[in-house]
Design a protein around this ligand. Structure first.
Ligand SMILES: [Zn+2]
Ligand SMILES: [Zn+2]
Length: 308
């Protein structure tokens, strides 16, 4: 790029297309952190004295999340950051990602906490998948059910007030559109519930970098040379999401700003649903006591099916 930074006039290295900003390296870093800080304030994601469990996969999204949060939280001496990795137990896949997560945490002076499916549920994802005859869910659905629970248990054991995850703008826009295309209104309503409306028994979750596009994240991690290891999960078969991703990437390319507009639409729909809803029928699992809309929660149900 042969033009000047829109902020300071130095040589621009990055075009943030959806804001039409041309940015030099240092303004790229500053504006990226600033976008996240403003999102945290606008949605009241974090409090001054939070103990924040930051979910780290070893990939670039969570690397950028951890790096940015640490800089933002420096101004809040009473807050604390605890990086957490969930080890699903996928042979040959998680090891390198774990190493990246450890390297990143160490370089930031943080101590990575690792919780495994094996310790928490008695099974690795490999063994769960191997035994799933007669159960119709795909591997990602399984993993999602157990990961959500694992993160919640991890956060509770670590005494965390909130869980921050590395979902980015692309992920979130895809999820909104997928829910619309599938007619899944209850999921649309439940996506990105505000922190103050979280459910008793569940540690609230926030997504501070959902205001950053995947391109922003790649650029930020490249400029700062953050250690990360992005490998596709061997079980990932998200055909539907891939179709939606291709469509949205094309739209975003032709009409920059499509992703963030879709994200805002999702928020508006979710807000509107929550204003008219009575809070639903969330009870507690009769086996494990976790919040659950049914008598037996999904985790207990799946573990049952495996063991019988
Ligand atoms: Zn600049
Ligand atoms: Zn249960």
């Amino acid at each position: 790029m042969s033009s000047e930074c829109s902020k300071c006039g130095k040589k621009a290295v990055y075009l943030r297309r959806y804001t039409a900003e041309k940015l030099c390296e240092s303004c790229l870093v500053d504006t990226t952190i600033d976008r996240v800080r403003r999102a945290i304030n606008r949605h009241q994601m974090l409090k001054e004295d939070d103990r924040i469990a930051v979910a780290i996969s070893g990939g670039k999204d969570s690397a950028v999340l951890l790096h940015i949060l640490q800089q933002i939280e420096e101004r809040f001496p009473e807050s604390e950051i605890v990086p957490v990795t969930i080890d699903e137990g996928i042979h040959g896949y998680r090891d390198q990602a774990l190493e990246s997560a450890r390297n990143l945490s160490t370089s930031l002076g943080l101590d990575l906490q690792v919780f495994s499916f094996k310790d928490l549920f008695g099974h690795t994802l490999d063994s769960i998948i191997a035994s799933r005859e007669g159960i119709s869910l795909g591997a990602c659905s399984y993993c999602g059910v157990f990961r959500r629970r694992a993160l919640n248990v991890a956060a509770e054991r670590l005494g965390a007030d909130v869980i921050a995850t590395g979902h980015n703008m692309d992920d979130e826009a895809q999820t909104v559109l997928m829910n619309v295309l599938r007619g899944d209104s209850s999921r649309l309503a439940r996506t990105n519930v505000k922190r103050n409306r979280s459910i008793e028994g569940l540690v609230p979750r926030v997504k501070p970098i959902m205001v950053l596009s995947e391109r922003d994240i790649v650029a930020y991690s490249h400029v700062l040379d953050l250690p990360y290891h992005d490998v596709p999960c061997p079980y990932a078969t998200e055909a539907y999401r891939n179709d939606v991703r291709h469509f949205l990437n094309e739209m975003e390319h032709k009409r920059p700003g499509t992703l963030i507009t879709l994200l805002r639409s999702g928020e508006a729909i979710s807000d509107a649903f929550q204003k008219i809803s009575t809070g639903g029928t969330m009870g507690y699992c009769e086996r494990c006591g976790s919040p659950s809309p049914s008598k037996v929660c999904k985790v207990c149900e799946l573990l049952d099916k495996m063991e019988n």
